[in-house]
Write a protein that binds this ligand. Structure first.
Ligand code: XMP
Length: 521
């Protein structure tokens, strides 16, 4: 039985809904609204007013999207939403769909407008309060609104887009052709803030403190004195969850840390010690042999992932039996995981099968407790900081559930894992030394199943190749490889070939995602 804590919300009831038309920026819009102190949630674009009303919205934001309104099957608002007396802000496609469905006309622009543009105010509007009369915006569109629907006026214009900002002050409906949510629109946050506080009359109801307060009460009430089993991985999400649960239910938290033999250098001991220092007693379980023998001779990446997932569940089920009265299994699922694996997103969005949610078997021995389901990663980090978790945990790069197995190409061997641990340790410590660790989103090494010829001292060698991988990204859905200084890469390469036995060649992965993924398997 799958049952989620999710239906007990840690969020305030009044919220702004972001209707998703498939934009790559939809999550960013929701994050910006929350950064302004108002809770926001992403929902499908095609629900009825009645569906949306269940969320108690104070305003709707219509996201951008890749479609053209006049195309067949273009995503549209449900007609009942257009009858609704609620403030709306359409962004890019959101503006076009709002105009189109209320009688305006939209055409393919003669000029596509991508990148920076200057918008000029031609009329005042509460949406643009405090904004310069000419302001920089970020555009990304081909179509544009050429004829406004009745009741709308043009508030700002740009050289390529006549109706750059439009407003129907009576109905409190607004549209902006540019993207106020991106940092390239320097005053974008003021525009969003105006929409929230001057137009929707929002009150600040969302902060790290209020989230923690509500979550603590909810967890106490929900668990009803029962114990909660937590699979602690040492990553940011499960660590923050451990800290939150530890504070909420103390000794009723059973945080189990499974050493699957696929961890980084000294990781098991570090995790146990860190939590000890904040009063959480982690139970280490050494299951190295169980995992490694299940993975013996397995080369296929998906097969590896499946075996690891299955073995994890076996280990947990067995460990759980050592405790009586376990009521729940806690998991650090975050909001992006929930969005990506539910039908919330619009039709054009890429759906990625997500590791936390998708990786669990249907038959879990306990109902799930997922108190972080409503949070974005940066919000989880803020919660971790407020709960006094050390920076080395809160600001840590992500580490995949299957661990080093997906960085060890081909069949896994103890020697291969040793090479990965040592090379990863060198790379990460050099990054820290040069103050680069926090400037990179994720960095690690990969071991290739090939050997090549080299020369070390006066001797011919025939050894393995290690890949250095580092990426920068906002959300890991797309990523760019990190542009390091050559001297830095040379230093890491020298250290690895000199200090790690069995390696005579180091290469740097200069592929972005897409077409590659971040991990190699
Ligand atoms: P990919 O390789 O899909 O990785 O581009 C994107 C991000 O997800 C992490 N990742 C995982 N995390 N379980 C996890 O918890 C997994 O099975 C898994 N696979 C990849 C990866 O490290 C990167 O941060």
């Amino acid at each position: 039985m799958k049952s989620y804590f999710g239906h007990i919300s840690n969020a305030p009831s009044k919220r702004v809904l972001v209707l998703d038309f498939g934009s790559q920026y939809t999550q960013l819009i929701a994050r910006r609204i929350r950064e302004l102190g108002v809770f926001s949630e992403i929902v499908r674009h095609d629900q009825t007013r009645e569906d949306y009303e269940k969320h108690h919205p104070i305003g709707l934001i219509l996201s951008g999207g890749p479609s053209s309104v006049y195309e067949e099957n273009a995503p549209k608002l449900h007609p009942s939403v257009l009858e609704w007396d609620i403030p709306m802000l359409g962004i890019c496609y959101g503006l076009q769909v709002l105009a189109y469905q209320t009688g305006g006309s939209v055409v393919k622009g003669s000029l596509h407008e991508y990148g920076r543009a200057i918008a000029t105010q031609i009329q005042s509007s509460p949406l643009l309060n405090g904004i310069d009369s000419a302001f920089e915006v970020w555009m990304s569109h081909g179509d544009q609104v050429v004829q406004l629907p009745a009741g709308y006026t043009c508030v700002a214009t740009s050289p390529s887009t006549k109706n750059c900002v439009i407003a129907n002050e009576t109905l409190k409906r607004y549209g902006v052709q540019f993207h106020p949510e991106v940092t390239h629109t320097p005053q974008g946050k003021v525009i969003l803030s105006n929409f929230l506080f001057q137009i929707c009359n929002a009150v600040k109801n969302w902060s790290t403190e209020t989230f923690i307060e509500t979550a603590l009460l909810n967890i106490q009430e929900f668990t009803q004195g029962r114990k909660v089993l937590l699979a602690l991985s040492g990553g940011v999400d499960s660590s923050v969850l451990a800290a939150l649960l530890g504070k909420a239910i103390g000794d009723r938290l059973i945080p189990i840390f499974v050493d699957n033999g696929l961890l980084r250098k000294n990781e098991a001991i570090q995790v146990v010690n860190t939590f000890q220092s904040i009063g959480i007693h982690v139970i280490p379980v050494n299951a190295q042999q169980q995992f490694l023998s299940a993975l013996q001779n397995v080369e296929d990446p998906e097969e590896k992932r499946k075996i690891i997932g299955k073995t994890f569940i076996e280990v947990f089920t067995k460990e759980a039996q050592k405790f009586d009265d376990i009521g729940y299994f806690a998991q650090g699922t975050l909001y992006p995981d929930v969005i990506e694996s539910s039908p919330v997103r619009g039709p054009s969005a890429t759906i990625k099968s997500h590791h936390n949610v998708g990786g669990l078997p249907e038959e879990l021995p306990f109902p799930l407790l997922e108190p972080l389901r409503e949070l974005f990663k940066d919000e989880v980090r803020a919660v971790g900081k407020m709960l006094r978790l050390p920076d080395e945990i809160v600001m840590r790069h992500p580490f995949p559930g299957p661990g080093l197995a997906v960085r060890h190409l081909g069949a896994i061997t103890p020697q291969g894992l040793e090479i990965l641990r040592d090379s990863d340790d060198i790379f990460i410590s050099e990054l820290r030394k040069e103050n680069l660790y926090s400037k990179v989103s994720q960095a690690f090494t990969v071991l290739l199943p090939v050997k090549s010829v080299g020369v070390q001292g006066d001797f011919r060698t025939y050894e393995r190749t290690v890949v250095i991988r580092a990426v920068n990204t906002d959300d890991f859905m797309t990523a760019d490889f990190t542009r390091f200084d050559w001297n830095f890469l040379a230093k890491v390469s020298n250290r690895i070939t000199n200090e790690v036995r069995g390696v005579n060649r180091v290469v740097y992965d200069i592929t972005s995602k897409p077409p590659a993924t971040v991990e190699w398997e």
